[in-house]
Write a protein that binds this ligand. Structure first.
Ligand SMILES: Nc1ncnc2c1ncn2[C@@H]1O[C@H](COP(=O)(O)OP(=O)(O)O)[C@@H](O)[C@H]1O
Ligand SMILES: [Mg+2]
Length: 219
């Protein structure tokens, strides 16, 4: 039975494949396509919604968001027999802009993760202004990696900055939890975390995100 969710990486650095190879029971189909991004064209005929996760700044959480959002959507839609959602993880560098542009050709929308840090503002603005907005695709900015112990100052500044730019933003904030950082080393996605309080909160963020995005299917 085909999975309801397909995750593709076109990041030549292939951190996703490195991660995915360590995950024993991936809840979604996965492939690495940076050498053959033209293969993405077949996605057009599947009827699935194609979401690109993009920010040309590295380390903002593209891979973390792609795999964990893919995992919770796959969990919610596990009874579906046909492909519903495709998530494309993209490179975090300006050199590989052509790969990102290729993915945008086949996409329905874009999610732009950014951490609540002023250092990320300018690079994120560049991606949005030079690449995402010219594509004409709808997009939403996602604040990722906010540490609740830091208080709300930087989160507020980041949300103010996003609003001042006029960017559409997701209300859900993905908090920073050590379990996410450890998960990449252990080869696990959020639906496979242990049952404890931080894991529960970490998982809650991604379910909230999936609900806000409306990726849970019908009633
Ligand atoms: N919400 C989060 N909580 C904890 N660690 C995170 C979170 N988001 C990202 N990270 C960590 O930050 C690093 C960079 O994230 P990654 O998803 O690889 O970014 P990108 O794909 O944009 O380069 C990784 O070590 C990842 O585990
Ligand atoms: Mg990555």
């Amino acid at each position: 039975m085909p999975a309801a969710v397909y995750v593709v990486s076109i990041d030549p650095q292939a951190s996703t494949v490195w991660w995915a190879n360590r995950i024993s029971d991936l809840p979604f189909d996965f492939s690495q396509e940076h050498e053959t991004p033209e293969n993405l064209a077949i996605l057009k005929d599947t009827g699935a919604k194609v979401h690109v996760i993009a920010n040309q700044k590295g380390g903002v959480g593209k891979t973390t968001v792609t795999l964990n959002l893919g995992a919770v959507v796959a969990d919610v839609l596990k009874e579906k027999a046909t492909l519903q959602h495709v998530f494309i993880d993209t490179p975090g560098s300006l050199q590989d802009e052509n790969l990102l542009l290729e993915a945008l050709k086949f996409a329905h929308d874009v999610i732009v993760p950014m951490p609540p840090e002023p250092l990320a503002f300018d690079p994120t603005a560049r991606t949005i202004q030079k690449v995402v907005e010219p594509s004409g695709l709808p997009y939403k900015v996602l604040v990722n990696n906010w540490d609740p112990r830091d208080g709300k100052t930087e989160l507020g500044e980041t949300r103010d900055y996003i609003a001042a730019q006029g960017w559409p933003a997701l209300e859900t904030t993905i908090r920073r939890y050590k379990v996410h950082t450890r998960a990449s080393a252990e080869g696990r996605v959020v639906t496979q975390y242990d049952e404890n309080k931080p894991s529960f909160k970490a998982r809650e963020d991604f379910y909230r995100l999936a609900i806000e995005l409306g990726y849970g299917g019908g009633e």
